[in-house]
Ligand binder design. Structure first.
Ligand code: ADP
Ligand code: MG
Ligand code: MG
Length: 903
């Protein structure tokens, strides 16, 4: 039978940090810290496998678990020299969730489990602190009724009607009645009274008694933690983060230590380095006489851990460094120890019980992209990590954030901020105010950018936080759950803007005398923690020398090429600055779209609508100079680097004139009537144009069109060479399905090459290749490679035709497919490795079997998606090509693929 329970603590530890899949991140690290000899309260971890078994058995604990738990509990009791459920010397425990990958605040934890009428008197006597015991009891009742009796039972009360809120209202009422300001003002008698009121309320609302039995509480809490894996928040977080549903959570049952035993007790959260900037400074918050979740829940403003952590909100509060130097020093030592051990920034939880320090958690801390970059580079300098590790430390998607907009410092100078808070997530955000998570999701669906404004940071808001451009809250600290989540996503976020008064019902907020309503535009500077009314100008993050240095290392470890998809010399230059090593896709037709395209488009239309070959050829001649100029400029911008020029691809009717004015101009140019123009436009109509007369098919019907394009490319290259440049054109034939199409066009290519070389007196090197974007071409890749010198996977069309999903119409059903788990991801964003990926693999194998030096790349949208880049590397592609802004992301993803392959 599988072992379901792993103990940890001073008297023996079964697990270690490598066992994250089985023990969850929290359990594995608790074990590791115990092994390092750190002061970890004893306990045991019930495995994620047990969670899976629990669900497989319809929400029943698997056989044998009870005996294992009893044995582990006994060991824990011995280590702590207390006994669970004992009337004299009662041990209390916490039941803590913890998945493989950290999901901060998304699942549940219950503290103080084991308090009941049998154990309360014993604990009062032993601690000599009645207030503490009833404080712990009211917390247990709150958490247990919320997590075990409500959430785990699948009850979903309306907003504001949940049992936790109802109990908190009772506490607020009592505080108000007594004129208290803080929860620490409540006396033992107050708390006793409150606990009775809580239990009565639970009976009234949930129709059941709060359980007064230690054993029952234990199993209730364990089961509820398992069930919280399928809680609403956890499920939406998993969707966003792409975490599989079948991982499950572990449960950590751990001896309680108490930060709420009075003024020599405290609890805190810290990061071994600053998670927002990456600075090598110990960073944290703590609260005296409090229990774990108080710090993150924003109940009181937490105090700064040290002088370096002080900011506007907490500078009046005393730091642990000042208050308790020896304890602070002990913590600093642990910090150093953990960083050396894990060689990464750690996010830690600690509790001080009557002057003694305990460690309750450590994990690799979530960080912003900026922090990830800075830490990786500094740790490399410190010799803590090597280059390959540094390359792995920044997620490719985090680079996006580094290249993302910030508030323009110039514009900011003249703007007046209306409120300040803690800079929890960096960058800038500008959008309309919304006050609920749902409204944020709705606004995003409508294509509006919005800023989510909330009273406090609440993990239930995860979807709205995701949808919003930025987040602003009135309460909460830098270590609050929502701040953690926002940072993990690199999202602009300000928390703890204490002067904000929010009226959720009226959908308004006021600060000082100023008031804002839903829909008003505000701008956030998440790096400084400042909010402005209206839209303040934004700009791209300025070139960071660290970033350049990091990318140099990245390129050192990268073996696969990265090109860009660019259609203009401007895009080509931009991409070159981002590190592109060539153009993987230059779409000739681009020159007929948009501003400045009138003249070229006019010529193209003349060609499309011409009535005979003579007319058509004349129009094609008129078109030639435009095509040549565009290609020449781009080849020049990419001098010395390869440029893949794709011959005309879209169906011609896309360019046909439809407006009266344009049709009249055409009529005049061709010397025909407007009605005749309309007739010719109509004759171009196709039922299914994307599968119609396009790509190479046009080139075969109109060979003079093909010839003109090829000549333009050769001439442009020859002219540049004569001017001392080194252009590297490659000609790519689109939408092919048989090698015979390539063989048909090839003689034109050869003849034009010879003619241009003769005329110009220079030799022009140019590869001849094809897109692989039709499944048949993939299947016949061995034959295609007989003529093609290179392949480029057009994964947009290959996906479209591989799945039979129209990429322009997938929006109608994609969300159903994703929600129902029929598709894991949008195959137009990330390559479907299972299906379309097979077509790619097969083409690579077959193509290289025919031509061993066949150059192969990808030019579809997915070329900038990290998972797709990884796949391309594994499949042996020579390069990926993506839009200019994604080039750094692709470079990093490619380097990470190489590093992983070397491991
Ligand atoms: P999360 O994953 O949401 O952080 P945790 O399981 O870490 O949930 O617990 C929530 C809070 O309770 C944390 O602040 C933690 O330090 C505290 N806590 C958990 N177990 C104990 C314990 N045995 N003794 C004291 N505090 C605890
Ligand atoms: Mg925690
Ligand atoms: Mg295509």
């Amino acid at each position: 039978m599988a072992k379901y329970v792993y103990g940890f603590g001073p008297t023996g530890t079964d697990g270690d940090a490598s066992m994250k899949n089985l023990l969850g991140g929290k359990g594995a690290n608790l074990a590791e810290m115990a092994r390092l000899g750190l002061p970890v309260p004893a306990g045991f971890t019930i495995t994620t496998d047990c969670c899976t078994a629990y669900f497989d058995e319809g929400g029943n604990f698997p056989k044998g678990l009870q005996a294992e738990v009893e044995a582990a509990l006994k060991q824990t009791e011995e280590a702590m020299q207390m006994k669970y459920g004992d009337p004299e010397n009662p041990l209390l425990i916490s039941s803590r969730s913890g998945a493989r990958q950290s999901m901060p605040g998304m699942m549940e934890t219950v503290l103080n489990v084991g308090l009941c009428s049998a154990t309360i008197p014993g604990l009062v006597k032993k601690s000599g602190n009645e207030r503490f015991v009833y404080d712990a009891y009211r917390r247990l009742i709150t958490m247990y009724s919320d997590v075990v009796m409500e959430k785990a039972e699948g009850l979903e009360p309306e907003e504001g009607k949940g049992i936790r809120v109802q109990l908190e209202k009772l506490m607020d009422a009592l505080k108000q009645q007594k004129g208290y300001r803080s929860d620490t003002d409540l006396t033992a008698d107050d708390l006793k009274q409150l606990c009775e009121a809580y239990k009565a309320k639970i009976k009234e609302v949930l129709g059941r008694e709060f359980p007064d039995d230690a054993k029952q509480q234990l199993w209730g809490a364990v089961g509820a933690v398992f069930k919280s894996w399928n809680g609403k928040r956890a499920v939406s977080y998993r969707r966003i983060e792409g975490i599989p549903d079948d991982w499950g959570t572990a449960v950590n049952v751990q001896s309680m230590v108490f930060g709420n035993m009075g003024d020599t007790s405290a609890t805190g959260v810290a990061f071994t380095r600053n998670p927002a900037t990456g600075e090598n400074k110990f960073y944290g918050e703590w609260l005296i006489n409090a229990q774990g979740e108080d710090v993150v829940a924003g109940i009181r403003t937490p105090s700064p851990l040290n002088e370096e952590t002080k900011n506007e909100q907490n500078q009046h509060l005393s730091s642990l460094e000042k208050e308790w130097p020896p304890l602070y020093q002990e913590l600093v030592d642990i910090r150093d120890n953990l960083e050396k051990h894990y060689t990464d920034m750690q996010d830690i939880e600690f509790t001080i019980q009557e002057g003694r320090l305990y460690m309750l958690q450590c994990r690799s801390g979530k960080r912003t992209g900026t922090a990830a970059l800075n830490m990786a580079m500094e740790m490399l300098d410190e010799g803590l990590i090597d280059e390959r590790t540094a390359v792995m430390r920044v997620a490719p998607t985090q680079l996006d954030e580094l290249l993302h907009p910030i508030v323009d410092p110039e514009a900011e100078k003249s703007a007046q901020s209306f409120v300040s808070g803690l800079p929890a997530g960096p960058g800038g955000a500008c959008g309309q105010i919304v006050f609920t998570s749902n409204d944020a999701v709705k606004a995003a669906k409508e294509g509006k950018t919005c800023v989510l404004v909330r009273e406090e940071t609440n993990p239930e808001d995860v979807e709205g936080m995701r949808a919003a451009e930025g987040i602003l809250t009135a309460r909460g600290g830098m270590t609050s759950h929502a701040a953690l989540v926002a940072r993990g996503w690199g999202k602009c976020c300000i928390v703890g803007a204490g002067e904000l008064k929010i009226d959720l019902d009226a959908r308004t907020m006021t600060v000082g005398g100023k008031s804002f309503k839903e829909g008003d535009v505000i701008t956030l500077n998440g790096t400084k923690g400042l909010a402005y009314a209206g839209a303040v100008k934004m700009m791209d993050a300025t070139e960071n020398p660290r970033f350049q240095e990091f990318m140099k290392i990245v390129d050192k470890h990268r073996t696969m090429g990265v090109r860009t998809n660019a259609d203009t010399p401007e895009d080509a230059k931009l991409a070159r600055d981002f590190g592109a090593e060539g153009i993987g896709l230059f779409r000739t037709e681009h020159m007929f779209y948009g501003a400045g395209a009138d003249e070229a488009l006019f010529q193209l239309r003349k060609m499309i609508l011409s009535g005979n070959d003579e007319e058509r050829n004349a129009a094609i001649d008129g078109l030639a100079p435009f095509v040549k100029k565009d290609i020449k400029d781009t080849l020049e911008a990419m001098d010395t680097l390869p440029v893949t020029v794709r011959l005309l691809d879209p169906p011609l009717h896309e360019f046909a004139p439809t407006s009266e004015g344009a049709q009249a101009a055409m009529a005049e140019a061709l010397g025909i009537t407007v009605d005749e123009v309309q007739d010719r436009v109509d004759s171009l109509h196709e039922v299914n144009p994307m599968m119609g007369h396009r790509g190479v098919r046009l080139g075969i019907t109109y060979t003079t069109l093909t010839e003109m394009q090829i000549r333009a490319i050769f001439e442009a290259a020859a002219e540049l060479q004569k001017a001392g440049k080194n252009p590297k054109p490659e000609i790519m034939v689109p939408v092919t399905c048989t090698v015979k199409e390539l063989d048909f066009v090839k003689p034109i290519f050869d003849r034009v090459k010879q003619e241009v070389e003769q005329q110009s007196g220079v030799e022009v090197d140019c590869l001849y290749g094809t897109m692989i974007e039709i499944p048949r071409a993939a299947l016949c890749a061995d034959k295609m490679a007989q003529t093609a010198q290179f392949f480029s996977f057009g994964t947009n069309d290959l996906t479209q035709m591989g799945f039979g999903f129209s990429r322009d119409d997938i929006g109608g059903f994609l969300h159903d497919y994703l929600d129902e788990g029929i598709l894991d991801a949008d195959p137009f964003q990330t390559i479907d490795q299972e299906g379309v990926g097979q077509l790619i693999q097969m083409s690579v194998e077959k193509g290289r079997a025919t031509r061993s030096d066949l150059k192969i790349g990808i030019c579809g949208e997915q070329g900038g998606d990290p998972a797709s880049v990884d796949f391309c590397f594994k499949t042996g592609l020579n390069y990926v090509s993506c839009s200019p802004y994604r080039v750094p992301i692709a470079r990093l993803a490619a380097a990470q693929a190489s590093v992983k392959a070397q491991k």
